[in-house]
Design a protein around this ligand. Structure first.
Ligand SMILES: [Zn+2]
Length: 298
C-alpha cells in the first residue's frame, strides 16, 4: 500500500516535472528563437502601396513607410530625425528612383550596409522635362508594373525566406494590373489625341499612356504657384491650340485651373496621381480605376 502510494507520488512528481519542463521551455522559446524581423522601409506612399501588395502575408517581416502620410511627393524633402530612426534597423529601403529621393546620399552615408532597391531600374517609358527625367513614373500602368517586377526580384534576393510568396503575390498583382491596362486600352479611344494642358507633373505619365496630347507645366504639384504672367500666356496658348482639357490632381487647389477654365471654356479634369490615399494594398488599383471612370466620361 505504501509502495503503491510512493509510486503514484513519484508518477505525479515526474508528470509535474515534465509539465514544468514544457512550460519553462515554452517560456524560454521566444527568447531563444527571437530574431529580428526583416525590416523593409519604403520611401513614400506610392512605393509603400506597391511593396504592401508584394509582401502581403510574408513571415517575420516588418513593412514601414519612412515619410508621414501627408508629405505628398518627395521634391525638396528634408529627412527628419524620425525618418532616420525608421531606417536605422532596416534591412532594405525601397525607393522610386530617378532622383526623386534627393536625400539618398545622406541615407547611404549614414547606413552604408543598407540595401537600396531602386524600383525605376529598367523603366523605359520615361518623359524628359528640360534636362531631367520626370520621376513620377508610377502614374503609367506599364511603368508601375515594371516597378513591381523590380521590387519583387530584389526583395526575393534580399529576403529568401519569403521569396516564393513574393513571386506569387506579385504574379497575382500583375495580373490585376494587366487586366486594368486592358480596360484602359479598350475604353479610352475617346481621349486619344485630344489636346490638354497638365498642371501637375505627376500626371504626365498617365496622360501619355492614354494618348492625350498634353503639354505639361511644372508646378511642383501645386497649380496655385502659377504666376499671373504664366496664366496669361497659358490662356493665350490654350486658345490658340484649342485645348479642351485642364488636368489637375484631385488634391490641387483648383484656383488657377478655374481661371483657365473660365477664360478658355476648357474642362477641368481632376485625376488621382496616387501620391496620397489609404495605406491599403489595393489603393493604387482603386485610384487608377477611378481615373479610368473619369477619363471614359470625357
Ligand atoms: Zn514630385
Amino acid at each position: 500500500m505504501q509502495k503503491k502510494s510512493l509510486t503514484i507520488f513519484l508518477a505525479i512528481l515526474v508528470s509535474l516535472a515534465i509539465i514544468m519542463g514544457i512550460v519553462m521551455a515554452n517560456k524560454n522559446k521566444p527568447e531563444r528563437e527571437q530574431h529580428q524581423n526583416f525590416k523593409i522601409v519604403t520611401s513614400f506612399y506610392p512605393i509603400y502601396v506597391m511593396t504592401a501588395s508584394i509582401t502581403e502575408g510574408a513571415h517575420n517581416i516588418e513593412l514601414v513607410n519612412m515619410t508621414e502620410t501627408n508629405v505628398g511627393c518627395l521634391h525638396d524633402y528634408t529627412l527628419t530625425t524620425n525618418d532616420m530612426k525608421k531606417i536605422e534597423k532596416a534591412n532594405v529601403i525601397v525607393e522610386n528612383g530617378l532622383k526623386l529621393e534627393s536625400f539618398n546620399d545622406k541615407i547611404i552615408s549614414a547606413y552604408p550596409k543598407l540595401t537600396v532597391i531602386d524600383s525605376s531600374i529598367g523603366v523605359q517609358n520615361t518623359i524628359n522635362e528640360d534636362d531631367e527625367v520626370n520621376p513620377h513614373i508610377w502614374t503609367s500602368l506599364d511603368n508601375y508594373m515594371s516597378q513591381v517586377k523590380v521590387i519583387t526580384e530584389k526583395l526575393s534576393l534580399a529576403n529568401e525566406e519569403n521569396a516564393e510568396l513574393y513571386q506569387q503575390n506579385s504574379k497575382e498583382y500583375l495580373k490585376r494590373l494587366k487586366e486594368l491596362k486592358t480596360q484602359y486600352e479598350a475604353n479610352l479611344q475617346n481621349v486619344k489625341g485630344k489636346k490638354a494642358i497638365c498642371l501637375n507633373e505627376a500626371l504626365a505619365y498617365l496622360a501619355d499612356e492614354v494618348g492625350l496630347n498634353a503639354i505639361v507645366i511644372e508646378t511642383d504639384h501645386e497649380e496655385s504657384t502659377l504666376s499671373a504672367e504664366t496664366l496669361k500666356n497659358l490662356i493665350q496658348m490654350m486658345k490658340q491650340e484649342d485645348m479642351q482639357m485642364i488636368l489637375v490632381d484631385k488634391e490641387d487647389s483648383l484656383k488657377n485651373a478655374q481661371t483657365l477654365a473660365n477664360e478658355t471654356g476648357a474642362k477641368i479634369v481632376a485625376l488621382d496621381s496616387g501620391l496620397t490615399g489609404n495605406f491599403t494594398k489595393d489603393a493604387y488599383l482603386n485610384a487608377m480605376k477611378e481615373n479610368l471612370n473619369i477619363l471614359q466620361q470625357l
